[in-house]
Design a binder for this molecule. Structure first.
Ligand code: NAD
Length: 260
């Protein structure tokens, strides 16, 4: 269903972004893989995506904390694959500390990557979407775009910002064939989360199941992690023509977390 479409997916070298990149490529989109990590492994991922869509995919390591690098990312995508009609703003970073101990440079970094980068990619990608009369902008927000947790003030502020930005741009583009939405996952099973379990087991003298249910999943009534492929399936649905009336929405996928 996405043949001839170009998709730029930020933060797609791991976790949720990679699952989204794979699902879009599997439907024929030419995908710009983007993010940090082991370069050789990421180039292999690019080849894997290319094999799914007519030997066409790209890869960038642009740092989203740097607006000039974001210019370069969108320019590279346009040169190599074409201008994106699907933009998935997925990259995100986290730092956990009480507000009075929060290093100001970490605040700036979280705001730059989690919020300002969404503004920059959106303003750069919208003109060609408008010309084409079709566009899909999907922002990975979080349950933390709706509710808060202590010691995560910058992340919570940035994700609430993404939800508000999404609504505003949805209104500005409502009659142009462009939809703008966020997906707000609860705890998602990524290697990032998996790697926290052994240390927490030791620190709290808990079993693996206790750590998962009583610590990580305390706020998630389903008591199971969201899977990256579940988020990817919703992102793919938002790209379909049938999703053309879903715009300005903040779609929760959090196992009931924010229903409480
Ligand atoms: P992840 O750490 O597995 O992936 C993050 C991606 O962003 C990676 O590809 C990384 O290289 C890239 N990235 C980070 N900083 C970057 C920078 N400065 N420039 C360019 N790329 C950068 O994380 P994930 O769990 O897949 O998270 C993806 C998104 O989902 C984030 O926005 C996160 O806030 C959100 N989210 C995650 C969860 C969860 O439980 N894992 C829950 C809710 C929301």
């Amino acid at each position: 269903i996405l043949k001839d479409k170009v998709a730029l997916v930020t933060g797609s070298t791991s976790g949720i972004g990679l699952a989204i990149a794979r699902s879009l490529a599997a439907e024929g989109a030419r995908v710009m893989l983007h993010g940090f990590g082991d370069r050789e492994a990421n180039l292999q991922l690019k080849d894997e995506l290319a094999a799914l869509s007519n030997d066409c995919a790209g890869f960038s390591e642009a740092d989203l904390a740097d607006p000039e690098a974001i210019d370069g990312l969108v320019a590279q995508c346009t040169d190599e694959l074409g201008s994106p009609s699907i933009l998935v703003n997925n990259a995100g970073v986290q730092h956990v500390a009480p507000i009075t101990d929060f290093p100001p440079e970490k605040w700036d970094w979280i705001m730059a990557v989690n919020l300002s980068a969404v503004f920059h990619t959106t303003r750069l990608c919208l003109p060609s979407m408008r010309q084409r009369g079709f566009g899909r902008i999907i922002n990975t927000a979080s349950a933390h775009s709706i509710v808060a947790s202590p010691n995560k003030a910058p992340y919570v502020a940035a994700k609430h910002g993404v939800a508000g930005f999404t609504k505003a741009v949805a209104l500005e583009t409502a009659r142009e064939g462009i939809t703008v939405n966020c997906i707000s996952p609860g705890y998602v099973w990524t290697t990032l989360v998996e790697n926290q379990i052994p240390d927490t087991m030791k620190a709290r003298n808990m079993t693996r199941e206790q750590v998962m249910n009583d610590v990580l999943l305390a706020a998630q009534p389903t008591k199971r992690f969201v899977e990256p492929v579940e988020v990817a399936a919703l992102a793919l649905f938002l790209c379909r023509p049938e999703a053309g009336s879903i715009t300005g929405a903040n779609l929760s996928m959090d196992g009931g977390w924010t229903a409480q």
